[in-house]
Design a protein around this ligand. Sequence first.
Ligand code: MN
Length: 227
Amino acid sequence: MDEESIRLNTSYFRAIEEAGGLPILVPTLQTPESLSQLSELLDGILFSGGVDIDPKHYNEEPLPSLGQITPDRDELEISLCRIFYEKNKPIFGICRGVQLINVALGGTLYQDIKTQLGNVLKHQQDAPAHAPTHRVFIEKDSILFSIVRTEILPVNSFHHQAVKDVAPVLRITARASDGVIEAVESNDDRFVLGVQWHPERMFNRYREHFELFRRFVEECAKRGKRG
Ligand code: MN
């Protein structure tokens, strides 16, 4: 059997570093003690892209259109998300990350938008990763709007799942024109932000996408020591 490994595209930590933060990669820790220690150490947490979340975490059986899953990573990230939420430390989610935040805080997902929603846009683009291919429509009274300062933002798209029922502590702040949820954030004054697109693949070409990382790092500096 192959030895297990973890991998992360470098663009995530390039973006955090360029925004003034110090990115630390987290291994798949397993004991409650190490999760607790880690949450003391870090000022905030970014949940990156990846494969599908096991639907058992939102009380569903797997549909045929469900993709690959990573059970250890699900357990780790769901626990970390709840710990950081309790400590009021900033949480940022990208792609799988927004789905993870939603599930960890009590929401559900579409296991596959094409088969479950039907008439949707192309959310798995064949264009280069930095290229925006569809637009998202942003709620004006949101943290997301205060960061990107536009109601219509062109984004890239690499997902076959999406948020379905939003967690009670979150609100929807952006959708695509087909209604697919593209961003959620905290409905109180915590910094919890998730986006369905990949700003880390766009940040060095488009200011709005860099600003997401800049604000996250700023919030980490401001709030991260509270816990
Ligand atoms: Mn999309």
